[in-house]
Structure formats: structure tokens, C-alpha cells
Write a protein that binds this ligand. Sequence first.
Ligand code: GDP
Ligand code: IMO
Ligand code: MG
Length: 440
Amino acid sequence: MTNLLIIGTQWGDEGKGKIVDFLVPAFDIIARYQGGHNAGHTVYLDGHKIVLHLIPSGILHPDKICLIGNGLVVSPQAFFQEIDNLKTLGIQVTPNRLLVSRSAQVIMPYHPLLEKIAEESRGQKKIGTTLRGIGPCYEDKAARWGIRVGDLLEPEILREKIQDNLSLKNKYFEAFGYPPFKVESIFEDYQVLGEKMAPYVADISVYIDEQIRAGKSVLFEGAQGTLLDVDHGTYPFVTSSSCTAGGVCTGLGVNPKLVKAVLGITKAYATRVGSGPFPTELQDETGAMIARSGDEFGATTGRPRRCGWFDAVAVRYACRINGVDLLALTKPDVLEGLPEIKACYAYRYKGTLIKEFPSDPWILERVEPEYRSFPRWPGSIHRLKDFSLLPASFIDYCKWLEDTLEVKIGLISTGVNREDIIYNQEKFQKIIGDKDRALA
Ligand code: GDP
Ligand code: IMO
Ligand code: MG
């Protein structure tokens, strides 16, 4: 049985939510392995826009089980807020179809303040984070101060851990002129949240193992993107988790042999939110046009996304790091109408042509992209569902992408809705190797 990993190949917001939603019918379980409610995965359901932040996008399909792995940082408030929002849309989220790892880290009320102080002290060099407390929560995990979901269920342990944290952190807050946090009030709030969360809490590693043994298949839903990975992204302008394929094993407690195939999600141009190097960024009218027609505003913070041309150096790197078997190309419809379309195939640095993505941000800031230019596509590909209707010039562009990235494109998304998709059944089945499972 095939378990598929869906992963962003750029700086996030590639359209993972839309593709996960399309593929969910072929799987039994949908599991997130990293990140938190910094993610914003957009799905259109019967014309309604739904943005999932912490809960896997599979939750919109009533017969699927969704998992939140140990690799996530969980805000209990965001968790229940999202469940309530789904309820208002008529989607019932009960503990029999949403499980949270006992070992996931908990975002505490002091984490967003720690982040605010850190971002302010960076001044011009700020990362431009989502200010959700994600980074400080992962810092506490690595520093071994973290409070985990399982701790919320044991009052004595919870109180002691809050006490330990605040005995140090309150000194820091006082130094920056903020009032100290009170142990008892946090304890009371989080004990109640823990009781409310208890029915959802499970050992996710054991659960997945049992389910896979019973013949069930898992779709691993990546959040953020390869270039935001804490190790392999454009460090330090990254998030604090392992967004890349390796994160699946550590973030869910599954062995590497269980990930059978990797589908890379790649947007037909590039975007990024927040600060950091972006070689193909367009700070001109073309960039503004892409932002407008692609509706490029953050699904979590509403911030405008920076836009630029497709960067094949970066995406090829993402394909290598993650072992991408097949690509889903999203939002090519956004580029239609542009007089010329460009894609970067190499960088020039100090006179030398480089094709490998540099790991040092100061190099990435100084590279000059080398572009290949493509003619505009005649007509519209927006909402097309049939490969045979695609213009020849657009197919040439896709073939160039496949040759340059050395990975085939198996899905082309042409709009926001589930059915706005061109799907190559043959290429896809070859990868997931399971002919019995029908897709939407
Ligand atoms: P994610 O974080 O990777 O799930 O992506 P986001 O949801 O943050 O951003 C992708 C945006 O593009 C969402 O508003 C989607 O509705 C939209 N989208 C996805 N695929 C397509 C497409 O093929 N064409 C167009 N025009 N919009 C798309
Ligand atoms: P999805 O899953 C795009 C960015 C933030 C910031 C950096 C660090 O929707 O693709 P953080 O709050 O995580 O510490 O911020 O990472 N970022 C994202 N950008 N899509 C996301 O998620 C992102 N999640 C975090 O903008 O630059
Ligand atoms: Mg997003």
C-alpha cells in the first residue's frame, strides 16, 4: 500500500492544501508532521474558502482520520478555535477522527511574547515571522524546557514545568519591562485545556504502525516549504521545523521505509512572505500583476506575498533534498496575460555560472538569475480540466520545466476549486503504484 508525502518545493504557499484536498479520497489517514498554526492551507469547498492552519486539510472529508504528530507545536487555543470554525461550516470534528500526539510540544502564552521581543531586537534584520510563538516553542523543545501535550494531562507535572519555565523566563521579561507571567493562572487555563484535549490525545507512532499493518494508507501533509526548512532552507530566514522529507520520520515516529512516494508541489512562479533572500523577486509592475492575479496575500497573516519568476535552481534543489518522484504544478493560470514569461535556470555569482542552490544567504543575496524566456500563452488555461485543450506553448513550458528539474509533472492545477485540475492518471499511478484507489 502506498503512503505519499506531499511537500512544498519553494517558500510555502505552493497550493499544498488544494492538492491534498484533491488527493485525499485515495487515502485513509492524513498526517501533519511539523510546524503549527503558522501554516495556512486553503481549500475551496462548495464555493466556500476554508483555511486550515493546524489541522490537516483531510478533515474536510468526513470519512478520513487526521493526525497531528509529535513534530508539531500545538496551540490548544488554535486547535479548539479551528474545530469550532469547522463546526460552523457543518464539519464535525470528533476525537474518533482527529488525534494529537502526546509528545507534540505545546505553545504557551509566553512564547508569542518571546518572539515579539526577539523580532524587535533584530530590527532591520527581523525574520518576519507569523508571531504565533512557533520559533520560541521549538527553541524550548531543543533546550529541553518544552511542555508537551501529555504533560497537560498530569496536573502536578504541568504545574512544576510551568514553574520551572517561569522561574527563568520571568527574569527575562522583567529585563525587557514586561510584567511577569503568573504560574497559577497559566496552570488553571492549561489544565482545563488539557482536560478538553484529552479525548484527542494518542500515541501517534503506535497508531500509524497499527493502521499501516492493517492495510491503511497515509498521506503525509507537509507544511511550509523546503526553502523554509530550518536546516536546508534559506537560514536564518526560515521557520524552526524540518519541513523537508526527513521531518516525516522524526515528526511522526515512522520509519523511512514507510514513505513510498513524494509529490512536490510547485507554483509556476515564486513567492515568499517575510524577509530573506529571493533571487528572482520582481519588485516592479510585473511582480505586482502576479500578486494581484494570484491573490498573493498570506493565508495566515494576510501580509502581501513577495512575487517573482519561477526559480528552477531552487526547485531542483528541493527535488533532490526530498527525493521528489513527481510534481504538481499549481497556478500557471495566474501567468496568462503576461506578455512574456520567464524562468531562472542558473545563477551568476562573481562571473561564474552556478546551478546548485547556495546554502549561504549572503551568496544568495548577491546572485544574478539567468533567465529563459517563454512566449505568452494564447487563450486561457484557467479552470481547464483536459490536457488536450492546453496551448502548445504552455506544454513546451511544462516540458522545459520537466527537463530542467529532471522530474515529471503529473498534476496541473488550473484554479482554486477541487475540480480545476489536469491529472495524468498513468504518471500518477506509476508513482503511487495502487491501481485500485480512485481519485476525485
Ligand atoms: P498552501 O499553504 O501551500 O496550502 O497554499 P495557500 O493556500 O497558502 O496558497 C495557495 C493559494 O492559491 C490559495 O489561495 C489557493 O486557493 C490558490 N490556488 C491553488 N491552486 C491554484 C491554481 O491552480 N490556480 C489559482 N489561480 N489559484 C490556486
Ligand atoms: P504554509 O504551510 C509561507 C514563514 C514566515 C516567516 C518564516 C518564519 O501555508 O505554506 P514562523 O512564524 O514560522 O517562525 O515564520 O516562515 N512562514 C510561511 N510562509 N507559508 C507558510 O506556511 C509559512 N509558515 C511560516 O512568513 O518568513
Ligand atoms: Mg499557505
